[in-house]
Each structure stands twice: as structure tokens, then as C-alpha cells.
Write a protein that binds this ligand. Structure first.
Ligand SMILES: [Fe+2]
Ligand SMILES: [Fe+2]
Length: 452
């Protein structure tokens, strides 16, 4: 049997539980722990325990600096996370808090040391790794040849027939070595820092693994439906990955429309499933994951708006394909970490026109499904691209997809930037003077608020 080759990234507090689970593995053959899945994929606001917090005046943090800790505020006595570690504390961030009547922020007591260091010194210089071409090339290659998988499904004690790699910032390492002939029993890798990826050639085996988990489970009710949503998200990501690799594949487009229908059924059955279908905790950006997130958010908003089923289907199908033109962008440009030069910027922007060409070749795509693709970067103020459309020229499907697209981009982490919390991302979108439809934005905020 193949074995674990590298586990040095496990956080200190997990050492104990790791040891237990590795020990138990000898006795477990195939056991599915649904409570473990649910606890890991739960999206509730991270709340730090009472008395485990340090209160600070909002003036104690200097604007223009990078936050070396997560920051919380108290809302009706409950601590809610407003900024992720790594976020730059801007004047806008400070004004946002003030406007909400918030004068005190909180950090976790375990971050006391980080607070002292922060107070004592000035902002450290930026990561020079962004400019390291060798590291970047390798990172870009691995990203292109691998597929990101869901950590919460990597249940300790189950057997996997594929190798698993860890991508953390620009580092990649093998953490599980396995093949179909020589599967490996999983230790607890669900909380490792970074994204888990598998080789593209192992995608089918990963899908089989998810199916076997689903069928082996004895869970019912809420747990089963949560798992169904996660499985749906994972299969949609796989479809999008295949489609971005081969954007003219009729079969993949058909499959993506089917996936959209399943998503709609799932949301109509239970609105809370929106969160389970979103990928929220990734360490990096993947176009296929982003496409699924945008489709889920756009469908959710359309349902909230009370659109007809056929309209929701057309919107969802278009939202899934909204960035299909990115398949034509060289990976070095798409994954570039540093500042883009003018030519690179234009190449990126051109994904809309390229996407339009791909989608218009197809006769089986409804004309309304083209709107999300061609209008998702347009802004009501006329400052968007590619056509600088404004006001009424931007249709409802374009307006919805623009909000979903921007929100997902802001709440997604990249190797060189932290994700904004949903709270802060919504503040950023909402502050934009007239770029987004205010009525839709209001509904969008309400929708996200309703689902915890
Ligand atoms: Fe785009
Ligand atoms: Fe996008």
C-alpha cells in the first residue's frame, strides 16, 4: 500500500487529532463521518469565544497597513469577522466601520503577539516571490495540469485511488501517493493550509470516489442534502474544467446545462443549499470554480427575483459560461501575479469577445444565455468593457451576472491577496457609485444575509 509522504504542514493544534486518526486508520476500512463533513464545510461566521478576545479602538489600526490578524466586530453581542488577515486596512474600511457606528474591533487573544509586532514596526515589504519567474512558471504549470478538489470530502479512514498534492501560495508538494492499483488510506488532511489538487488524468477517479462516499453513507435529512449540494458543486467544477480545456465540446456544454438544471432544482428545494454549492474557502482562484460560484449566485438572485423557471435556466446556463473566453488566454497571462502591462490587460479583457465567438457558434444555446457572457463586465456608469454600455443598454441578465462576478472575485483568495469577508466585499460593491443595479444589489445582500 502506498503511504503518506509528507505531512509537515499540519497546524500544531491538529497534531493530537492527527495522531489519533492515523492510529485509528489501521482499524477503519471505509467509514463515512457525515458530522465531520458538515462541521468542515459549515459556512457560519467564525466566532471567537468570549474572553478569548482583545478589544481595540478602530483608531489603533493604521490605515494603509496590512492586517496581520483576523478582525471581528460585535453585532448584538455576537462577534462577527469583518476583515481577513492580510487585508489592507484602507480609509474606506475605516469609514465603513464608522458609518455603521462601530468604534471598537476585536482580535483573537492568540494574535496578541502579532498585535505587539504590528504596533512596534512598520509595514513589511511585499512578497518578492511574485516576481520570481521560475516559481511562477512552475506554479502556473501545476495549476494548469491539476484539478482542485474539495477538502471536506477527504474523510480520514477512506481509501483514495489517486495522489493528492498541496498547493500553498507558490509551493506544491505531494501529500498522498496513490494509484488505482495501490490506493491509500487518508489521514486527516482536511485542515491543511492550502488547496488540495489532483492530476487532471485522475478526475474520473475523484468523481467515482465522491459517488462511492454518497452511496456508502447512511446519512439522511439535512446531512444528505448538504452532501448532495457539495457533490453537485464538485461535478459542476469538473464539467467546467473540461469545458475550459475544450470550449467547443458540444457534449460538455450540454452537460453544463444539465448541471445548471440540477442546481436550480436544488435551490428551489432549499435556498440554504446556495452556500453548500459555493466554494468559499479556497486559497487560490480557479476559473472553473469561479464559473460555478457565479452561476450559483446568479441563479440564487434570479430565484429571489421570482423569475420564471425557463428564464432562470437561460441565465444560469449563461452565467456558467460567462468566462469561457478565458480558455483562449495564455496561462502565463491568466495566472500572472504582478501588475499587468497594457497588452496583457487587453488580452484579459478580450476574453469577453473571444467567449462571444465560441458561444455564438453554437445553435443549441438560447440567445438570452449569451447576455451574461457579453455584459458581465459592463457597468451602469458606462465605465465597463467591452462596449462601454450604460443604463438600460445593460440587460437584467448582464446586471445580475456583474454583481455575482464581482462578489465572487472579491471574496476569493489569491496567492498574493487575501479574500475579503462577505461583509467587506458587499460594502465595496455597494460603495461603487452607480456601477451596479441598486435594487438587485439590495436583493443580493438580502439573499446572502438570509442564508446566514
Ligand atoms: Fe469575466
Ligand atoms: Fe468572471
Amino acid at each position: 500500500m502506498a503511504k503518506v509522504v509528507d505531512l509537515i504542514i499540519i497546524p500544531r493544534e491538529l497534531h493530537k487529532s492527527m495522531a489519533i486518526s492515523i492510529y485509528n486508520m489501521k482499524y477503519i476500512t471505509f467509514k463515512v463521518n457525515f458530522f465531520a463533513i458538515i462541521s468542515i464545510m459549515g459556512i457560519s461566521t467564525r466566532v471567537i469565544g468570549e474572553r478569548a478576545e482583545i478589544g481595540l479602538s478602530i483608531d489603533a489600526i493604521k490605515t494603509g497597513t496590512r492586517l496581520p490578524f483576523d478582525v471581528y466586530v460585535k453585532d448584538k453581542g455576537i462577534l462577527k469577522q469583518v476583515f481577513n488577515k492580510g487585508t489592507i486596512y484602507t480609509n474606506f474600511a475605516k469609514d465603513t466601520l464608522k458609518a455603521k457606528g462601530i468604534n471598537e474591533i476585536y482580535i483573537h487573544k492568540t494574535d496578541q503577539k502579532a498585535l505587539e509586532i504590528y504596533k512596534a514596526k512598520k509595514e513589511s515589504p511585499k512578497d518578492s516571490v511574485l516576481d520570481n519567474p521560475v516559481l511562477f512558471k512552475n506554479y502556473s504549470f501545476v495549476k494548469d495540469t491539476h484539478h482542485q478538489i474539495d477538502k471536506s470530502l477527504m474523510l480520514p479512514g477512506t481509501e483514495v485511488p489517486f495522489s493528492i498534492f498541496l498547493m500553498n501560495k507558490f509551493d506544491q508538494k505531494t501529500i498522498i501517493e496513490a494509484t488505482e492499483q495501490s490506493p491509500s488510506v487518508l489521514p486527516d488532511i482536511r485542515l491543511v493550509e492550502g488547496d488540495l489538487v489532483i492530476k487532471k488524468s485522475d478526475i474520473d477517479l475523484y468523481e467515482q470516489y465522491i459517488n462511492s462516499l454518497f452511496h456508502a453513507s447512511t446519512a439522511t435529512g439535512v446531512e444528505k442534502s448538504k452532501f448532495k449540494s457539495v457533490a453537485l458543486r464538485e461535478s459542476s467544477k469538473i464539467l467546467m474544467k473540461k469545458l475550459l480545456d475544450d470550449p467547443r465540446s458540444g457534449e460538455a456544454i450540454k452537460q453544463s446545462q444539465k448541471a445548471v438544471n440540477n442546481m436550480i432544482d436544488n435551490i428551489l428545494e432549499n435556498k440554504e443549499s446556495i452556500y453548500d454549492m459555493l466554494s468559499l474557502r479556497n486559497y487560490d482562484y480557479y476559473t472553473y470554480t469561479h464559473s460555478v460560484n457565479v452561476a450559483v449566485l446568479a441563479i440564487g438572485l434570479a430565484v429571489e427575483l421570482g423569475l420564471k423557471r425557463s428564464e432562470v435556466e437561460n441565465l444560469g446556463a449563461g452565467a456558467m459560461l460567462h468566462d469561457i473566453g478565458k480558455s483562449t488566454i495564455p496561462h502565463e497571462v491568466l495566472n500572472k501575479q504582478g501588475k499587468l502591462d497594457n497588452i496583457e490587460y487587453r488580452i484579459i479583457q478580450n476574453h469577453v469577445i473571444e467567449g462571444e465567438k465560441i458561444i455564438k457558434e453554437r445553435k443549441d444555446i438560447h440567445e438570452d444565455s449569451i447576455i451574461p457572457l457579453i455584459q458581465h463586465h459592463e457597468k451602469l456608469t458606462g465605465k465597463g468593457y467591452p462596449h462601454k454600455l450604460s443604463g438600460k443598454d445593460i440587460k437584467l441578465f448582464g446586471r445580475i451576472t456583474a454583481i455575482a462576478d464581482c462578489y465572487d472575485a472579491l471574496t476569493t483568495q489569491r496567492p498574493y491577496k487575501p479574500a475579503f469577508t462577505p461583509f467587506y466585499a458587499l460594502q465595496i460593491i455597494a460603495k461603487d457609485t452607480g456601477d451596479y443595479d441598486p435594487e438587485l444589489l439590495r436583493l443580493f445582500i438580502k439573499m446572502l444575509g438570509k442564508i446566514k
